[in-house]
Design a binder for this molecule. Structure first.
Ligand code: ADP
Length: 269
């Protein structure tokens, strides 16, 4: 198979570490086979991005990921004319590159992007599979292997910042949440290098915090945060200090909530 240099830089060579939580691997494979655009839903730090990396590796497709933010415009995704010494030159944006190349394009936290940005993805997500490059006067037909994937955190959304139904209804969706206790312990131990006993304590702290969701916390401690705490412990930091730095301080600015979480930490360490 011919692989261009461009394509090579987006190819995932080594198998990413990913533990299946339910049956998301076979569901995503079927979705890819049907070229059904997919939405991965769930709280931050629960494994959505890792899953997409793993699937790109498994399906042997290049992966182009874009972290969306509120300043992002449609041109940032699609491309723009740039000035160089010979005049102006068109530069494809990441979405266009992915559609040309037949990559999986992963738009992380797409709801953060401005509305005009979400509209440009529409024609790529239905039978047309096209991307109009208006400024360039080109109608790009997506490569047959191209797939669009977006991530979406329903917990954060206010009515001001929600995906429109006209966008949502163009995607299949997989729900993600924190892995079950035993699996999460295994993941935290593997990723941070701490023992399963230590990882078990970190997961227990997270479970307590997750019960506080909606009672002063917008979101509980994520798997990612537990891995950060474990990594500090693995570097020789005392567990209490590691939990303060990696778990409690980042997740809340409220002094009462901070004290409540600190107390949860001290029951385990
Ligand atoms: P999200 O994209 O949901 O914000 P990530 O995919 O970045 O979160 O997950 C955070 C970290 O948690 C990953 O880097 C990975 O180390 C770990 N992780 C979470 N779930 C899993 C899983 N099922 N298998 C392997 N690692 C996982």
């Amino acid at each position: 198979m011919f692989v261009s240099i461009d394509q090579e830089q987006y190819q995932i060579i080594e198998e990413p570490y990913y533990k299946e939580v339910h049956d998301e691997i076979s569901l995503f494979e079927a979705a890819y086979a049907a070229r059904l655009p997919m939405m991965v839903k769930g709280p931050t730090g629960c494994g959505k991005s890792r899953f997409i990396e793993y699937m790109a590796w498994r399906l042997q497709r290049p992966l182009i990921s874009v972290a969306c933010n509120e300043d992002m415009t449609a041109s940032d995704l699609v491309g723009r004319f740039l000035l160089d010494k010979d005049g102006t030159k068109w530069q494809d944006g990441p979405l266009t590159t992915a559609a040309r190349m037949g990559a999986i394009c992963y738009l992380d936290e797409v709801v953060e992007a401005r509305q005009d940005t979400t509209v440009v993805i529409h024609p790529l997500t239905d039978h047309r599979r096209t991307l109009p490059l208006d400024k360039k006067g080109e109608l790009l037909h997506a490569h047959p292997d191209f797939l669009l994937v977006i991530s979406y955190n329903p917990g954060y959304q206010s009515s001001m910042k929600d995906l429109k139904q006209s966008t949502k209804q163009r995607f299949g969706a997989l729900d993600f949440s924190y892995p079950d206790r035993d699996l999460e312990i295994e993941i935290v131990a593997h990723e941070s290098g701490v023992s399963t006993e230590m990882a078990g304590k970190l997961v227990s702290i997270a479970e307590r915090s997750r019960n506080l969701k909606g009672h002063g916390l917008d979101e509980g401690l994520s798997t990612r945060m537990l891995i950060y705490a474990g990594s500090l412990i693995e570097k020789g930091i005392e567990p209490l200090a590691a939990c303060s730095v990696a778990l409690v301080r980042p997740i809340t600015d409220d002094p009462d909530m901070r004290d409540a979480l600190d107390a949860a930490v001290t029951t385990f360490f």
